[in-house]
Design a binder for this molecule. Structure first.
Ligand code: ARG
Length: 752
């Protein structure tokens, strides 16, 4: 719930008794209650995806305040009664005191006319006995005002439906409120009441959407007394702060309150329409609470007979697919935008909505420093795929922290007219802040800023995302503990096999990192860290900027995480602690590349199905040690076919199509001249090694004849640590607790 200060300075005298409002006689047979003054807005006359309302168009809308701020919405149903949601008034299982609340009537906006506004104290808050949590239903409350509202043009009650009243699914209705305009994005000043058109969804259609795992892989079971309104594709919805407010539908020229804003999963997300408390089923409960109060609420009979029940056409189950991030030919990106500024080379950015392009600030820095002349956007042009000509730029918004080197170096450019999104141009998907890109995700590099063209054909840019925890340890270390999934990572590390092989560096250029989930591409990371040729490369995660981007663009395509199958590496996702550094750094450097033809006699080539080759170490006549990740791939359930070659020199070429996928092991020389295997490279890294020492027991049990120097307590093993990190990398790691190993070692018997 948004808690911004709202109308806290408005003081209005409360006027005496109601005027023209007449109580309906609640006869169930009444058909056309023209004499009842409910559900009628002024004749003249956010909610997500909504718009400002005309003053007086929703005269029953109320704002419920506690502690000087707007907390929830509500609706006036009778001079002394306001209908709202139970969850607004219950904290830690107890009902909050009525005295803490006040009801604002006749409000349009913060700086609208004050003459219509009335503020009323609350005498009592009534909640159904069986209410416990929103997801369990009965989320409604009645507030009895300490003094009755004075009805007039800006303050009128809404009509309530009888229990038998049926509203056809597919009907377009309206929700109103002062709630957030997007997730975690409050309604801006001057807080003009927002309205949005929502379609009523039938129970089956809504349950069908909620039965598909959505955000956080959750599904949800609708209960009787709930109803859904919205769209499978999302984008229009109520949000935090709208709760308790009305969902109204027109029937026979009057507005009936069909629902009470109750809850949702995020706001405006795909396949997650808003859930409302259905009002009609609670007729009896409401009648019971207001009994004896004159005049009471106007429960009116249905005017238009809709085909209720079995005659009503069945809704089919329409699931919305992502509208962003589809690229039929990876490498040709339908969101690729080229921004042309006179006098500069083109700058590559990404289309994130119908009207907005995201680009690195580095392209425009000379133009956004404070002493530069105002931007001449007139001359700027944006080229988008499949558009007949260039687009013009209307606005330029730089991230407040944008600077040359900074990971927040982003700008947003608004096109002067929105483009139609289709196969191309199409927007790229952006991750929500809690997105967790799984290790092993398939990714690609794409041009970004003044990025150079790919050094070789597209395949070069394919990458696989590595486990986040040691990427964090190498690059983003802020405190020794690795953020758990759900917390934004500090860095994303993809590995480029081809690049490793070719020894390329691509140092000067900046790139964006696109990662794919279920065939949908997300802009996952941007701008290389200035990491030189250090591997793995690190990208700054875009997800931390999602809120800023959606705030500015009001409509960028933030998309839910689509893959949740954490697979066998799920264990890695627990909070980890970075490995301690070797204290003496005695063997902090891996062996220099050896001259061609010179052979390390214990080196083995482990060839795995699919053309992968990794390094093994001969540890006994019948045994080669290799890293688990070399043999077992993410998600694989069977051990692949493996061949081991011994005695090959570096000079002998690998078979066609084979590539080395692991870095050399870490070997250290003792004073006696013996080389000792200290560590095996962690997947994708050339700098971080899994220490062999802690595995001594397991190795010697498996391989009786393996040779350990100084059995039982070699001075070479780092105390307590299980990973080795050469001393010149990253900062201090802090707490030197034991690190859970995530690589297991695999023994392979040599045949023949
Ligand atoms: N529970 C929210 C509130 O207290 C209302 C959320 C509605 N969310 C939605 N996605 N429809 O304001």
């Amino acid at each position: 719930m948004s808690q911004h200060l709202f109308l806290s300075l408005v003081i209005v005298a409360i006027s005496p008794l109601p005027g023209g409002f007449q109580h309906s006689d609640v006869s169930p047979t009444q058909e056309n209650p023209a004499d009842l003054d409910c559900g009628l807005p002024e004749p003249s006359s956010r909610i997500v995806g909504g718009s400002d309302v005309q003053p007086g168009s929703w005269p029953w809308q109320v704002s419920l305040h506690q502690g000087g701020g707007h907390i929830c919405g509500g609706s006036l149903i009778a001079p002394s009664w306001v209908l709202s949601a139970a969850h607004c008034f219950i904290r830690n299982g107890t009902l909050e005191p009525a005295a803490e609340w006040s009801v604002f009537l006749g409000v349009h906006s913060h700086d609208g006319p004050l003459d219509n506004i009335q503020v009323h104290a609350v005498a009592a808050i009534l909640v159904p006995d069986n209410y416990s949590r929103v997801e369990l239903g009965s989320d409604l409350a009645l507030l009895r005002l300490a003094s009755p509202a004075r009805l007039g043009p800006g303050v009128r009650p809404v009509c309530l439906p009888r229990a038998s009243h049926h509203f056809a699914h597919g009907k377009t209705c309206r929700a109103t409120g002062w709630g957030d305009v997007q997730e975690a994005d409050p309604l801006p000043l001057p807080w003009v009441l927002q309205e949005v058109e929502l379609r009523l969804l039938g129970e089956a259609a809504c349950q069908c959407l909620y039965s598909r795992p959505g955000p956080f892989n959750l599904t949800f079971q609708l209960l009787p007394g709930m109803l859904c309104a919205g769209y499978p594709e999302g984008r229009k919805d109520t949000c935090q702060g709208d709760s308790g407010g009305p969902l109204v539908c027109e029937d026979g020229g009057r507005w009936f309150q069909v629902g009470i804003t109750s809850f949702g999963f995020g706001c405006g997300r795909r396949n997650r329409p808003g859930v409302f408390t259905a009002v009609a089923p609670f007729e009896a409960w409401i009648q019971e609470q207001v009994m004896g109060s004159e005049p009471g609420p106007a429960f009116l009979s249905q005017a238009q007979k809709s085909q209720a029940g079995p005659q009503e056409p069945r809704e089919n189950c329409t699931i919305a697919l992502p509208e962003c991030g589809k690229a039929p030919r990876p490498g040709t990106w339908p969101w690729e935008a080229q921004v042309m500024v006179p006098g500069s080379r083109p700058c590559h950015g990404a289309l994130v909505s119908e009207s907005w392009v995201l680009a690195p600030a580095s392209c425009f820095l000379d133009r956004i420093t404070s002493d530069s002349p105002p931007l001449d956007l007139e001359a700027w042009r944006v080229f988008l795929p499949s558009r007949p000509g260039p687009e013009r730029v209307a606005h330029f918004v730089a991230h407040e922290n944008a600077s040359w080197d900074d990971a927040s170096g982003l700008v947003l450019l608004q096109l002067s007219a929105p483009v139609n999104l289709s196969a191309a141009p199409r927007a790229v998907c952006l991750p929500h802040p809690d997105h967790y890109f799984l290790p092993g995700s398939r990714c690609r590099l794409a041009r970004w800023g003044r990025g150079e063209p790919a050094p070789a054909p597209g395949a070069q840019l394919e990458a696989e995302l590595l486990s986040g925890w040691w990427c964090h340890c190498l690059y983003g270390r802020r405190g020794a503990s690795v953020p758990p999934p759900g917390d934004p990572p500090h860095a994303l590390c993809p590995t480029y096999r081809e690049e490793e092989e070719a020894g390329r560096c691509w140092n000067g250029s900046s790139w964006s990192l696109l990662c794919r989930e279920e065939g949908t591409w997300f802009l996952a990371g941007i701008r290389d860290f200035p990491s030189g040729c250090l591997r793995p490369r690190a990208f700054s995660p875009l997800q931390t900027h999602g809120p800023w981007i959606s705030h500015v663009t009001q409509g960028a395509y933030l998309e839910d995480q689509l893959i949740w199958d954490w697979g066998p590496e799920g264990d890695e996702t627990e909070t980890q602690t970075c490995p301690p550094h070797t204290e003496h750094g005695a063997c902090g450097l891996r062996p220099k590349a050896i001259a061609a033809g010179v052979l390390w006699p214990w080196l083995a080539e482990v060839h795995v199905t699919g053309g992968r080759v990794c390094t093994g170490i001969l540890v006994a006549p019948g045994w080669v040690l290799a890293a688990t990740h070399c043999i077992l791939r993410l998600g694989a359930t069977t051990v692949p076919y493996i061949e081991v070659y011994l005695g090959r020199s570096e000079a002998s070429p690998l078979p066609q199509g084979h590539q080395v996928t692991s870095a050399p092991p870490l070997l250290c020389q003792t004073e006696g001249g013996h080389w000792v295997l200290m560590g095996m490279a962690v997947r994708g890294s050339r700098e971080l090694f899994t220490a062999i020492g802690p595995e001594e027991a397991w190795i010697s049990q498996t391989v009786g004849e393996a040779h350990f120097l100084n059995p039982g307590g070699s001075p070479y093993w780092p105390p307590g640590g299980s990973d080795l990190c050469p001393p010149d990398l990253a900062g201090d790691s802090g707490s030197p607790k034991a690190t859970p190993l995530f690589l297991l070692l695999l023994a392979v018997l040599i045949q023949g």
